[in-house]
Design a protein around this ligand. Structure first.
Ligand code: SF4
Length: 317
């Protein structure tokens, strides 16, 4: 069968362009991310654009799996690396600056954090979680220079393209800011991954599909899709416990994700289709704890519908 998805019938890919497929083909081996805490904070927490943070954000700055910020970065990295090596003895690594906003602060701090990793032979790439309003041009220019040594991924928290939702979740910037920053990034060799959340309060399926369609128009390289996790001690979980609001069921989530994949260009790498909610701190929804089942259901639905990533993307996009 002929499709507009060039990856679909490659022997080792799914009906969407998986991150593992990309890494194996790009680096020729298993590559694992090591989550780190570089000791950053966030403008949405320190009062620059907000104090309480995004309503879903945890005390660790959504860095549940990152190392301990009290430890030096290289020792966090060594511990993470040792854990991964148990499972994948020959793997290479991606130090992943996960907690908080990792380009917020002086350029010298970012340089201090990244420089020790630029010459390490087992480091395949570096990933940096950040916000669209924390990428001033001098930082972009320095990070772009680093691409001569390592592949550098910027992971931008976007969550939704709808400004009404952004205001409700206290995001602290609008979608126009995302478009402006991506427009500057695209002139560089930096890779761009966009994070989106499905199931945010006030959003219906049509709004989530609109987010996928608009993100598809941006010159990005990858997407992470997450279900909304209500985590202990977050504003959203507190509101939910006072007055529960509807959350997506697993079937609804699976159907929305498949519909979104059909609307994303086939070359966009899908780094995630469901998040790892930190077990005990998760208030709801319970079904997100069974990540493998969610992924299997997505595969099954795509096969049953005989659909694939990009199926509904026209050539004019
Ligand atoms: S931008 Fe990231 S770190 Fe900052 S409050 Fe929002 S989710 Fe948390």
């Amino acid at each position: 069968m002929k499709t507009n998805n060039p990856f679909l019938y490659s022997d080792d890919n799914k009906r969407y362009h998986t991150w593992n497929y990309y890494l194996r083909h790009q680096f020729g081996k298993k590559v694992a991310k090591v989550p780190l805490d570089g000791g950053f904070t966030c403008p949405n927490r320190d009062g620059t654009c907000g104090t309480g943070g995004c309503t879903f954000c945890t005390r660790s700055g959504s860095g549940e799996f990152a190392g301990d910020r009290a430890e030096p970065l290289l020792s966090q990295y060594a511990k993470g690396q040792a854990m991964m090596r148990h499972k994948w003895p020959d793997a290479d690594f991606i130090p992943y600056f996960q907690a908080y906003t990792n380009t917020y602060g002086p350029l010298s701090k970012i340089q201090d954090c990244l420089t020790p990793f630029l010459d390490r032979p087992e480091v395949a790439a570096i990933a940096i979680a950040t916000r669209a309003d924390c990428l001033e041009q001098e930082k972009i220019d320095w990070l772009a220079q680093c691409c001569a040594k390592k592949e550098i991924w910027l992971e931008l928290g976007v969550q939704s393209v709808h400004d009404r939702t952004a205001r409700q979740i206290h995001r602290g910037h609008d979608y126009a800011q995302v478009v402006e920053t991506v427009t500057r990034l695209v002139r560089t060799p930096l890779k761009i991954c966009v994070h989106l959340i499905n199931g945010l309060p006030g959003e219906d399926a049509a709004m989530m599909l609109e987010t996928a369609c608009q993100i598809n128009q941006l010159p990005i390289h990858a997407v992470k899709l997450h279900m909304l996790h209500l985590m202990q001690d977050t504003q959203l979980a507190d509101a939910y416990m006072q007055q529960p609001f509807p959350l997506l069921t697993r079937d609804e989530y699976v159907a929305i994700v498949v519909d979104q994949l059909e609307r994303l260009r086939p070359e966009i790498i899908i780094q995630r289709l469901t998040g790892d909610g930190a077990g005990e701190a998760l208030i709801a929804p319970e079904w997100t704890k069974k990540k493998t089942i969610v992924l299997n259901e997505i595969d099954k639905r795509m096969a049953n519908l005989n659909t694939w990533q990009g199926k509904l993307v026209s050539n004019g996009r």
